[in-house]
Design a binder for this molecule. Sequence first.
Ligand SMILES: NC(=O)c1ccc[n+]([C@@H]2O[C@H](COP(=O)([O-])OP(=O)(O)OC[C@H]3O[C@@H](n4cnc5c(N)ncnc54)[C@H](O)[C@@H]3O)[C@@H](O)[C@H]2O)c1
Length: 347
Amino acid sequence: MKHVLVTGAGGYIGSVLVPKLLNKGYRVTAIDRYFFGADKLPEHDNLKIVKEDCRRLTERDLEEVDAVIDLVAISNDPSGELFQEATYEINHLARANTARLAKKTGVRRYILPSSCSLYGFQDDGVIVNEESRTNPLTTYAKANEQAERDILPLADALFTAVVIRQATVYGYSPRMRFDLAINGMTHGAWENGVIPLMRDGSQWRPMVHIQDTTDVMCLLLEADESIVNGQIFNVGSDRNNYQLGRLAEEIAAALPIDVEISWYGDPDHRSYRVGFEKIERALNWKAKWTAADGALEIYDALATGRLVKDEQTITLSWYQELAKWHKIIKECELYGGMISGIGARIS
Ligand SMILES: NC(=O)c1ccc[n+]([C@@H]2O[C@H](COP(=O)([O-])OP(=O)(O)OC[C@H]3O[C@@H](n4cnc5c(N)ncnc54)[C@H](O)[C@@H]3O)[C@@H](O)[C@H]2O)c1
């Protein structure tokens, strides 16, 4: 049986990917700090959960591993701006280090889940492909690009390295994220009949369902190395290239309730329309899910109580909470404890 190491395994994508890998018969080591809890992953004989910071991985963590899917990241633009240094450390340096360690210890395949946000802003009418000029506008996007640049040159006959630039992901996950466009729009519609839409709605953004992008990761574990080694693939579909205003209208039309659209924020300067011909041709793969399917899936999960919006589902808010409580606890903690647990007994 093949052994896959997944970093960031307790996150939005990881907690869908790991059960999929287990169902396919892989042995999985799931490494994460578990900022969102380790309870999002199933118990399974072939699953080993390791609580570790990816900035501290060593060769031992990669021994007897066949493939790495390096999901770990501070995973969106606002969190990347708030924690800039950590974002470069984790998204760029730690992933480049993991790839180098993987190559050194004889791991055969390494997959870097990067992002279409590298395309940043492109002129109207331009459809970018993997050869196009990138234009990363945020710390998050820049760190992803630096990881790509360090990792792809490691590819050689014994080490297959491949980058996927994922569109913005949507769909149900045990570690839900309502800070992603379709997920957030659907939640707003369900909760109070209002779809939140970031100004001015004309910005282009590609979307991909979480089942589709995790299917691609599984495909890449087995794909012919002569086709994927050293390559970058955009992951999404032309059908799911949206201007956000039209996306909101489609979601409004798909849901079984009357909704209105409500604008928020300053005009969004990120706008990119992406081509996906390369992955469709090379891997004979096509995305299955539409935005409407994803919105209905989330609506149903909310309506039946399988999904609840709590603080953990907004990445930035949760990281801010963790940072706030870390500071408070450090100030109050004494002898390793707080109100109880200080390890002393008064006789
Ligand atoms: N979700 C999307 O729309 C999307 C789109 C494009 C690319 N991506 C990329 O896919 C990957 C996964 O994204 P996600 O949506 O699952 O994000 P997520 O925030 O849900 O998951 C990231 C995981 O990494 C863990 N983590 C963070 N720092 C760590 C550290 N130093 N050591 C160990 N674990 C740490 C967190 O605990 C979390 O479980 C990221 O690289 C992200 O940039 C995501």
